[in-house]
Design a binder for this molecule. Sequence first.
Ligand code: SF4
Length: 335
Amino acid sequence: MMKALYYKTLENGVVKCKLCPHYCLIGDNEHGLCNVRVNKEGELYSEFFEKVTAIGLDPIEKKPLYHFYPGSTILSVGSLGCTMRCLFCQNYRISHPTPQSYDDSNLFTVKAIVKMASEQENNIGIAFTYNEPGTFYEYMISVAKLAKPTGLKTVMVTNGYINREPLEEIIPFIDAFNVDLKAFSESFYKSITNSRLAPVKKTISRLSSSKKHLEITNLVIPGMNDNYSEFEEMVRWIAGETGDRTVLHISRYFPNFQMQIASTPINILIDLYAIAKKHLKYVYLGNVFDVERDTTYCDQCHNSLIVREPGKTTITGLDKLGNCTQCGNHVLDHI
Ligand code: SF4
């Protein structure tokens, strides 16, 4: 248990959490909506500080990050809880924890994680992922602060539902972000995720202006967020707000948790891919076997730059500076 970083104690002992836009009001011995922040006698605590439910050395492509040290691996760490309540949650066992998930977690101190990451072969750093890392913010920032001076890279895979102040504090200690943009309508966010779209858009805008590496993921659920014109509006916004070189991952949904709609038809994903490519230079399909739409091509001369097959990434047309070997176009900043 660790004292939380962003909260205010009100006169009656109720605590107002200021970490995410829910601004939960939490009574004594009660938890916030994320289930992992608890009020103890007027103070807010991160209840599962240094408790890890999932840890492993993953390909960076799994985060997904496609333009950040392609072909590398990264020590990936997750804990418990989430600031959203997505009906289709793909990680609900740790995002919406039961007493059993608490029991299954293991203690990894801040120092232990950084030491482990430093000792792994072919590891570029530490990714905060699996569940929403905003819920273990104190752990994440402690690890990231210790890791950065050692040269380890840090990655945050997030739903983007975080307030401005904690976001500003974490930005200097994270090298790359992948933000889930789950849909482009407030009604979807409200009814399917129990959150709001506007704060997520603000996070994306801020990360883009920070010049940190940013990629965006959109999970497509048939009949829920696959309206072509709404999707195109979203892609136009991404291009206008963050630039047309921002990587977009269009990801296939599979039934999970409280949503049992059949998985996304491939033809819908292909149509959305074509729409996205009208506005963005780098678009990929996720959760499908499609080497063609998973390959990076030079946006100038269409040379094949990075080929991704299941479990294997091959750099085919980039030099050590991230330039296309055929036309010299600069494509990747991190290679
Ligand atoms: S981080 Fe958790 S407790 Fe804090 S406002 Fe968000 S959901 Fe509520």
